[in-house]
Design a protein around this ligand. Structure first.
Ligand code: BTN
Length: 245
């Protein structure tokens, strides 16, 4: 695996995308930075991380035949890999909050930003950006409270060891994608999903109204299928709803 280590960069995703755009970057090239000055999160948010204390890295993965219509399986594979790597260090239950945040109880310990490059109806390659709160001890309060592995296990964690664990797990789960074992991935994803099959409160983002519902499935494209209180079913994408907690 080709690992490029940087002291500081705006965003490892932006850097690796640029490198890939210029051509000839090997599959599983990794860019890891001690510090990001403009770390990016999902839906145009920022990813803040104290320099030198956490993992912020991106991985380029190339595909031969991966249909865009199956793109959410990539998200599942990445979330499962990060969840497994973090779970190695703790007995605390680690879950995946749809689509791919990693939680310890209700607190966020890791986030993922996947940026695909398409050719027609296929994903040609993807930059998988992963931020894990590892040894940071103080966090600002964002929409969701954050925590770190150190706060969970009360011990410092070696960043290099954790990085190699995530990369090994990523290869493992991506091999399921390459073998087309989508249903198997989905079963594992749903089993690890925060509030799966459990009534909980959501909020409509357009009017901030709350509603009670239960997650029953996730579609190939990533939409969440909810069973509402009146026993009807509705699909939502990431822009439409939020968990209330
Ligand atoms: C989120 O939860 O909103 C996604 C956060 C993703 C952060 C990682 S850190 C490494 C990579 N580079 C970035 O700029 N973002 C991702």
């Amino acid at each position: 695996m080709n690992i490029i280590k940087l002291n500081a960069i705006d965003s490892t995703n932006a850097y690796l995308k640029d490198l890939a755009f210029k051509g000839n970057v090997k599959n599983y090239t990794v860019v890891v930075a001690k510090e990001q000055t403009n770390g990016r999160g999902q839906m145009g948010t920022m990813w803040q991380s104290e320099g030198g204390k956490n993992l912020t890295f991106s991985v380029l993965v190339c595909f031969d035949e991966f249909l865009v219509s199956n793109q959410f399986y990539l998200s599942m594979a990445v979330a499962l890999a990060v969840k497994d790597a973090i779970s190695y260090y703790t007995n605390t239950k680690i879950t995946i909050k749809w689509p791919n945040d990693i939680l310890s109880d209700t607190q966020k310990v890791s986030g993922v930003l996947i940026e695909n490059r398409l050719v027609e109806d296929k994903i040609k390659d993807t930059v998988i950006g992963i931020g894990i709160n590892v040894n940071q001890e103080k966090f600002q309060t964002f929409e969701r409270e954050a925590t770190s592995l150190k706060l969970i296990i009360k011990k410092e964690v070696n960043l290099e060891d954790l990085l190699h664990r995530v990369l090994a797990d990523l290869k493992h789960y991506i091999s399921f994608l390459e073998e087309g074992r989508f249903l198997f991935l989905k079963k594992m994803y749903l089993n690890s999903l925060y509030k799966y099959n459990t009534p909980c409160m959501f909020m409509h983002t357009k009017n901030n109204e709350f509603f009670l519902a239960k997650i029953v499935d996730v579609e190939n494209g990533g939409k969440l299928l909810l069973e509402l209180e009146n026993e009807t079913f509705r699909k939502f994408d990431l822009k439409q709803i939020k968990f209330a907690k």
